[in-house]
Write a protein that binds this ligand. Sequence first.
Ligand SMILES: [Zn+2]
Length: 390
Amino acid sequence: MQVYVNWLIAHAVRQPDKYATLPEAEVSTWLSDRWQRCAWQQACGIVQSWYSNEREIPPVLRNLCIQANANVVVIEPSKSPAFDFWLRISTLEAGKPVRVPILLYGRAKDTLNEFPKLCTGVTLNKRAGQWYATLVVERRGPKPKAATVVGADIGMANIVSTSTGGRYGQISPQLRQRVARSTAKRRRKQKLNACLKRKELPPVDLCDHRAEAFARNEIGRALNQMVDDLPAGAAVALERLTVKDMRFKSRQMSRVLRAAQLGYVRDKLKFKLDERSIRYRSVQPAYSSQQCSRCGFTFSMNRRSQDKFVCLWCGYTANADENAAANIAERFSDEELNSLPFREVETALALRFMRRLPDARSASAGLDTSPGQPGGESYKRSISPVQTPV
Ligand SMILES: [Zn+2]
C-alpha cells in the first residue's frame, strides 16, 4: 500500500482511479492480483484525501489498519453462547480463511440492539500489540424529504450558528479561561519534555484530558440545543471542511477550539442528525463568510470584524456567522458551486453577482424568462454555466 501511495504521489495522480490498471511493471510485488487490488484501492483513498486536504508531507503508513470490506472480512453469527460473532478473515492462501471468535463489550451490545443492521465492512486496528475490530451499524429507512434548509456555520464566535439566527455554545469566559490555562500548561510540559529528551527519558503526555473533556461537554450541549431547535422537516447544510480550513478557522478563533475539536464538532453534529433521521449535506464553504447573503457581493472587506458583516455594495448588516450560515443554506442545492474546486469559487461568485446587476440584466435580456428558468426567486439559484468574459 505504501509503495502504491508513493507511486501515485510521484506521478501526481490527484484523482486516483480505484479500477485503473495497476502499474505492475513499476511496482514489483508477490501479492496476488486480488490483494494487489485491495492495496491499490486503499492507497487511492489515502492519496485522494491527502490531496484534498492539501497536505505537504507524503503519508507514511506506520500502524497496521485494515479497512476490510466484505471481500476480506466477514462477520458470521456465533452459535455458541460463549462468544458473539466469528470474524472470518481471508488470508493470502485462497480457501484458508482464519476464523476469530469475538466478544463484544456491554455498550456495543446495546448499540447493536438499537441499530440491528451491521454494515459488512470491519476495520481492524493494531494498538499496543493488540488487535481491535471496529464494527459499524446502519439505521434502516430513508430520511424524509426536507421542506426547508437550515445552514450551520461551525465555530467562529460560537460553536455553531444557524441561518435561522440561532447561536449555540458561546465561547464562555470559563471556556476561554480554561483554554488559556491549558495552553500555559502545555508550554510547561513542552519545556519539561525538552529536558527529559536531553536526559533520554520518555516524554510526558502533552494532552490536557480534562480541558478536552470540558470542551467536548460544551460542544455536546450546544449541538443538542441546536438540533432541538431545528424546525420540523428541515434539512441541514454543513460546511465541507478540510483539515486546512479547520486549522485556519482555529487560528481565527485564537485557538479556543483546536482544529481537531472543530472536526469533532462536525462529526458529532452529523452523528446527531443521523440519529434523528435529519437530512444533511456538506456544501462548498469557500467565501461563505465574505459573501453577502442578500445581494451576493463577495469581498473580504465585507467582514470587518469577527462578528459583524456589512455589505459594501448593498449595505446589508448582519451577524457575521448568521450571514455565513445563510450562504451555506443557500448552497444546499447549488450543484454548480458544490462541484467547483475552492479556487474557482471566487470567480463564479463574482460572475453571478455581475449578472444580477441591473445593467447586466438588461444586456442579457431574456435570461430571466428562458425555458427551465422560471425567473424571480429561483434566478439566483439556477444560474447557467458562465461564458461571459470579464
Ligand atoms: Zn449585499
